[in-house]
Design a protein around this ligand. Structure first.
Ligand code: 2HG
Ligand code: ZN
Length: 455
């Protein structure tokens, strides 16, 4: 197999050293066995096609790999697969100003796309803490969300075209940058969020937005979890928000310690809301702020006076994942519709207190999208394996609540390996059966990221 791979990618495009396999065979999850047999680095679509044909003929499996920042094990290779890294397919190919579309290869780093858009006087609004390393191909494969979804939507909303190599080695151009295209099934949307189980995304056409007006960031101290939604509604009633995030005092403490930062407020609060809005709306935002103080929902607040201060306030939220990483947390990325959030938060609070009494639980997330990140932190005296197993065993109780409220067990991180066995809490047997049939159409020999999403 290695010889055939070298024929396609030449010697320097195939890695088999144990240390390289350990790097490219995994993502940010740390709970799964990592055991690929090789890593390859295609430079063009033809090489991807040749690889897929070879894999079908020879019967080996492929795991697509982007920036490897995933949190659900979607890019983990545990069973002798060949990892296909797109980091050498990282060219931005062109920008059409009339269409406001940029065409790029899938290995372009999210931040590079954001900077390219900025250079062109435009804006790519999908943003998250891992923008500096995640790839646009990975974002598409997981339909990544992030911190601006409340205003700009998810990755799906910005993809106008996809070039894909399917699991059978066919190359298809989905939608070709069209805004309107009513010619039957939109295959583009099947690949968005498919986590590399149907084919390889090799190129994308991404719509850009006009540059936003200057933004302001406010951080508010909140004492009760259930006040968060009332605060959101108060602000949303008067102005358009670009973000509405929250984090708990434990999350804040971890970031302050990890990044050696100062507290944003002098008061102690159980929770914090981070709100971003157009700076020109300051008077309206200050009025809303006063209202939330008068109603007793907010105790204190701080507003950015400069871009640097706005970035400093954002780092309190964006630094959480890396700050808690040393605790190898068990991740939950769950969502319900907005109207269900208050009831859901109180349900979750009860489960957490009852089932995780000996674990610290770190609450944060995109509450404005109904999306909660619940990270259970591993105590030092429990091994990672034991901790993962215990949390996994408790998960169904949390997922029952989500099912009951019609929510999702994975809001934006994907199913991967972490949520695979729990898929039925969010998708019906009929849906799962259709998903299986779709998989067998695009990837009849099950060579594409096997074991992810579906067992
Ligand atoms: C975020 O919102 C990311 O910061 C990561 O989705 C969430 O670490 C997590 O659980
Ligand atoms: Zn998130």
């Amino acid at each position: 197999m290695i010889e055939s791979l070298v024929n396609i990618f030449s010697k320097d495009g195939v890695l088999t050293d144990r240390s390289d396999l350990a790097i490219w065979g995994t993502d940010w999850t740390r709970s799964y066995k990592v055991a690929p047999s090789a890593v390859v680095f295609p430079k063009k679509t033809e090489e991807v096609v040749a690889l897929v044909r070879l894999a079908n003929e020879s019967g080996f499996c492929l795991v697509p790999s982007g920036g490897r920042t995933g949190l659900s094990g979607g890019a983990v290779a545990s069973d002798g697969e060949v990892v296909v890294s797109f980091e050498k397919m990282n060219r931005i190919l062109d920008f059409n100003r009339t269409d406001q579309i940029v065409r790029c290869e899938s290995g372009v780093v999210t931040q590079a796309l954001q900077e390219y858009a900025d250079d062109k006087g435009m804006y790519y609004p999908v943003d998250f803490a891992s923008s500096g390393s995640s790839h646009i191909g990975g974002n598409i494969a997981t339909n990544a969300g992030g911190i601006k979804v409340i205003r700009y939507g998810l990755t799906r909303d910005w993809v106008l075209g996809l070039k894909v190599v399917t699991g059978t080695g066919d190359v298809i151009d989905c939608n070709r940058g069209l805004i309107k295209n009513a010619t039957g099934y939109d295959l583009r949307h099947l690949f968005i969020g498919s986590e590399g189980t149907l084919g390889f995304i090799v190129e994308a056409e991404i719509r850009l937005a006009p540059k936003p007006v200057p933004q302001r960031v406010m951080v508010l101290g909140v004492n009760e979890l259930h006040s968060l939604l009332s605060i959101l509604e108060t602000f949303q009633a008067e102005l358009t928000l670009s973000a509405f995030e929250f984090f708990s005092d434990l999350a804040l403490a971890k970031v302050l310690n990890h990044r050696s930062l100062q507290k944003p407020l002098s008061s102690e609060n159980s929770f914090y809301a981070l709100i971003e809005y157009d700076a020109k709306d300051d008077p309206i935002a200050f009025e809303a702020f006063q209202k939330t103080i008068d109603l007793g929902w907010v105790s204190d607040g701080v507003v950015s006076q400069s871009d640097a201060q706005a970035a400093a306030l954002w780092s309190l939220r964006e630094g959480i994942t890396e700050s808690i990483a040393p605790h190898t947390p068990y991740k939950n990325d769950v969502s319900v519709r907005i109207s269900e959030v208050p009831g859901f938060l109180s349900d979750v609070d009860q489960v957490v207190n009852r089932r995780y009494p000996e674990f610290d639980v770190c609450w944060f997330g995109h509450i404005g999208d109904g999306n909660l990140h619940l990270n259970i932190l591993r105590p030092d005296n429990i091994s990672s394996e034991e901790f993962y197993r215990r949390c996994h065993d408790i998960s169904p109780e949390l997922f029952d609540l989500i099912q009951h409220r019609g929510g999702s067990i994975s809001a934006e991180h994907g199913v991967g390996l972490l949520k695979r066995d729990f898929l039925s809490f969010s998708r019906s047997p009929a849906e799962i059966e259709i998903m299986r049939k779709l998989k067998s159409v695009f990837d009849p020999n099950n060579i594409m990221n096997p074991g992810k999403i579906l067992r």
